[in-house]
Design a protein around this ligand. Structure first.
Ligand code: GLN
Length: 272
């Protein structure tokens, strides 16, 4: 009989197979301890069942499955967001879009999040602006179910509704935000890394990656208050194209913001 493994030995085995952060996240989950306890109490025993669970999670990750999907939860804007293969995994770049929206709103804005997916953007804005009226829409009922589940778990005031872009939207908003699918259909990144596991409908924006951005930007004005803002995320090589879409749609103060890596990532404009 092999003695019970220790937390430290399990962590070491995971770290030999995966990057450190990934190993820590999976070990903390499988061994049911906090990330700091992994290092503070390495001598604690880990049951055979827990160490086998960790090996299974490491194997899934080694086969490519995103850590966020393995954990079933991912942090966005310091909120624990439930995630699974129904929706895109919220990314740190998108926190820049949230920050840009918050900088341009008063205490009680009416906010529309188009293509909300797991609801991350809408939930983050609602968390920061308790008096806001935040509506997230998605064309995919599976995403709406996930977003509503997240709202319930977080006790959020954000509401979610079915709509293909603006098709089901009658009201007016102070801010419209969107992280639409913006990867070009033939982009080789779709066959690599986490993107292989995420829904294509959340990633692919037509042949040139701009199809959804055209719908979001082109249809915004009738749904925006007269000084309202449209704020969208896009690919790092789509800043010029996106600014052009904004200008063609009559937006003023059109600006592109960079992400933490210094890449053009978010474009915004004011309805004039
Ligand atoms: N930022 C994602 C990626 O390229 C794409 C997200 C999207 O299409 N909205 O990894």
């Amino acid at each position: 009989m092999t003695g019970a493994a220790s937390v430290g030995a399990c962590l070491d085995a995971a770290r030999a197979a995966l990057p450190r952060l990934e190993a820590e996240l999976l070990a903390a989950r499988a061994l049911d301890v906090t990330a700091s306890a992994l290092y503070a109490f390495p001598e604690r025993p880990a049951s055979a069942a827990r160490s086998a669970c960790l090996r299974a999670l490491v194997t899934r990750r080694r086969r490519g499955e995103p850590v966020a999907y393995i954990l079933g939860q991912w942090e966005f804007w310091s909120l624990p967001i439930k995630v699974d293969a129904r929706a895109l995994i919220p990314r740190p770049e998108t926190e820049g879009l949230v920050a840009a929206a918050l900088e341009r709103t008063g205490p009680a804005p009416r906010v529309l999040d188009l293509g909300t997916g797991c609801g991350a953007i809408a939930l983050a804005i609602a968390a920061e602006r308790p008096a806001a009226a935040v509506l997230g829409v998605d064309n995919d009922p599976a995403c709406l179910a996930l977003a509503r589940e997240n709202a319930q778990r977080l006790g959020s005031t954000a509401a979610f509704q079915h709509s293909h872009w603006y098709a089901g939207i009658a009201s007016e908003f102070d801010v419209i935000v969107s992280n639409p699918p913006y990867v070009a259909a033939g982009d080789p990144h779709l066959t690599r890394g986490d993107l292989r596991f995420e829904p294509k409908s959340a990633l692919v924006g037509g042949a040139d990656g701009l199809a959804a951005l055209r719908s979001v930007v082109g249809g915004a004005a009738p749904h925006l208050a007269s000084d309202g803002w449209l704020i969208v995320e896009h690919g790092c090589d789509q800043g010029g194209h996106t600014r052009r879409l904004f200008s063609d749609a009559g937006f003023a103060k059109v600006t592109t913001l960079q992400d933490a890596a210094g890449l053009p990532r978010v474009t915004l404009g004011r309805r004039s």
